[in-house]
Write a protein that binds this ligand. Structure first.
Ligand code: PEP
Ligand code: MN
Length: 285
């Protein structure tokens, strides 16, 4: 049952209709569509720098990449950890990219903090309330994924935990929820986007990569989320998805990402959100 005035700080009001989180000259929650892109995981210097060079050339300003990966199996690639963080720092300096990377656990916060511009909190941690309280004391933007089993109210209450600590820069990220259907990895809740826009002043972005698990569905869902009013997209992109150590099947190839940017640009004609002027070339050499 819905609680009454459950999340006063996250709630949209006349005084507080919209929060804008600014990162590296990009406004998340502002008038432009913010695009975050990059590999699921940092795998090597060559992989990260190749992807970052391509994205920077396209005009992308915020790079994603996990250095610590929450994998279902302990035998799967767990991330390069501190070595991955160091690569992220170097690539951010070379290509003027802001970084978003996941903090998997409170014990890793001090380690990850200096290397990132946005702290990503994974779906599996959305209900880790002690962790959320501690994140409220930090002064960097928090990208709060929706838990795969979380209701909209539980998600906004999780944001409330962070806001209560004093950190006002929370970005919500819809990444699909678990349903009975396993045809896609998760089920993208598109309605969550306009609903959050009604309920909360916090910016919301969509992650169609975790939502589908299938690169051939990512473009359509990105367009759908944009039509639904998302403030941004977070998209996994890889130079060689077949060889990816994490989430290869859902990672866009470079040409697919370029095509998506072109489609988003066309969509901006009919949408409220202005799409920034990306390079309209289809291939990167
Ligand atoms: C990711 O972004 O690669 C990821 C693991 O996300 P989530 O926490 O949404 O599963
Ligand atoms: Mn991933």
């Amino acid at each position: 049952m819905a609680l009454k005035n459950a999340y006063p700080l996250a709630k949209k009001t006349i005084e507080k209709p919209q929060t804008i989180v600014e990162v590296n000259g990009i406004e998340i929650g502002g008038k432009d569509l913010a695009i975050i892109a990059g590999p699921c995981a940092v795998e090597s210097e060559e992989q990260l720098f190749t992807i970052a060079a391509f994205l920077a050339e396209k005009g992308i300003k915020i790079l994603r990449g996990g250095a610590y990966k929450p994998r279902s199996s302990p035998y799967s690639f767990q991330g390069l950890m501190e070595d991955g963080l160091k690569l992220l720092k170097r690539v951010s300096q070379k290509y003027d990219l802001a970084i978003v990377t996941e903090v998997m656990d409170l014990s890793l916060l001090d380690t990850v903090y200096p290397y990132t511009d946005i702290l990503q909190i994974g779906a599996r941690n959305m209900k880790n309330y002690h962790f959320l309280k501690e994140l409220g004391k930090t002064d960097k933007p928090i990208l709060l994924k929706r838990g795969m089993d979380a209701t909209i109210e539980e998600w906004l209450l999780a944001a409330e935990y962070i806001l209560m600590g004093g950190n006002q820069r929370v970005i919500l990220c819809e990444r699909g929820i678990s349903t009975f259907d396993h045809a896609t990895r998760n089920t993208m809740d598109i309605a969550a986007i306009p609903l959050i826009k009604q309920l909360s002043h916090l910016p919301i972005i969509a992650d169609p990569s975790q939502a589908t698990g299938n690169r051939d569905l990512v473009s359509s869902l990105s367009l759908a989320a944009t039509a639904a009013g998302t403030d941004g997209l977070m998209i996994e992109v890889h130079n060689n998805p077949e060889a990816a150590l994490s989430d290869g099947p859902q990672s866009l190839r470079f040409d697919q990402f370029s095509d998506l940017l072109n489609k988003l640009k066309l969509m901006s004609v009919i949408n409220d959100k202005k799409i920034p002027d990306f390079q309209l070339k289809t291939h990167f050499n």
